[in-house]
Design a protein around this ligand. Structure first.
Ligand code: G
Ligand code: G
Ligand code: MN
Ligand code: NA
Length: 254
């Protein structure tokens, strides 16, 4: 068994599932979105973390078909929840470097939206800083086409890469996601608290929405709320959950 071999068979064997992590509006306390997170349960093998298999999927190019499956499944799921009468939820999908750089990424997104009936505004694509900064001009073009389509765009793990602020201003993005490494010690580490505060101020000065990731405690929540953070996600609210558990969570949080 190699991870690559396992990954090659995983799509036809239907070994992937998506879990979803709620994103909470700090002011209203309502769930406004979900981040889709890939889970792999190889047949007869223990589940493997995406942190371990995504890099291999990326190297081998398998991320392209796997990523398409993720995109389609997430779009289908958010439509299904709307049909079932839940308040509309924007679903955030992580795009890997290789996926984002595919020539047909824009037409793929369009095709998946058309086929699933998902409205562009219910889809958010998360891209990391390093991916967009690798080739900022071509990234700007791709982001612009996605943005024109009406898809919501966010920069994931913000603060861990290197963003040029002049590019950040030019990218047609909607949201910055503060990396969880800055949230973790926010209550005890003055530097992390200062970074989180600065990212929130920076985002708002550029009229971007800001999401804090990895919120686990009430102290972190209180600090981020005081700084005006818009949305939060983390174990404090919910772990990433399979769809049936998300439905229970949504019913409890009505
Ligand atoms: O959910 P978890 O902590 O296990 O995710 C680990 C890493 O895998 C995170 O960096 C996350 O962004 C990434 N990841 C999870 N799901 C996907 C996915 O569908 N596509 C890509 N490209 N990365 C994902
Ligand atoms: O790289 P990205 O931000 O997409 O990855 C999100 C990762 O963070 C996922 O693996 C998810 O399971 C994990 N995660 C989500 N909430 C929390 C949290 O509150 N604490 C920790 N430690 N990890 C979290
Ligand atoms: Mn993410
Ligand atoms: Na992140």
């Amino acid at each position: 068994f190699t991870i690559e071999g396992g990954l090659r068979r995983s799509l036809e064997r239907e070994e992937f599932v998506l879990h979803y992590q709620p994103q909470i509006d700090v002011l209203t306390g309502k769930v406004v979105g979900m981040e889709a997170l890939l889970r792999w349960h190889p047949l007869d093998k223990p589940p493997m973390s995406p942190a371990d298999f995504i890099p291999i999927a990326e190297e081998t190019g398998l991320i392209v078909p796997i990523g398409e499956w993720v995109l389609r499944s997430a779009c289908k799921q958010t439509c299904l929840w709307q049909e079932q009468g839940y308040a509309p939820l924007r679903v955030a999908v992580n795009l890997s470097a290789r996926q984002f750089k595919q020539k047909n990424i824009v037409s793929l997104v369009k095709k998946v939206l058309d086929e699933t009936g998902c409205k562009p505004e219910w889809l958010e694509l998360e891209i990391t800083e390093s991916v967009v900064m690798e080739d900022p001009q071509s990234a700007t073009d791709t982001l612009q086409e996605l943005s024109n389509m009406g898809v919501h765009l966010s920069i994931d793990d913000f603060g861990t890469g290197y963003s040029s602020l002049s590019y950040l201003k030019r990218f047609p993005i909607d949201t910055l996601k503060i990396d969880q490494s800055f949230v973790r010690d926010i209550s005890t580490d003055a530097d992390d608290a200062a970074i989180a505060r600065a990212v929130i101020a920076l985002a708002h000065s550029m009229r971007l929405e800001v999401v804090a990731e990895g919120v686990e405690t009430i102290e972190q929540l209180d600090y981020l709320r005081a700084q005006g953070c818009d949305l939060m996600q983390g174990y404090y609210f919910s772990r990433p959950l399979p769809p049936e558990d998300i439905e229970k969570f949504l019913k409890m949080n009505k």
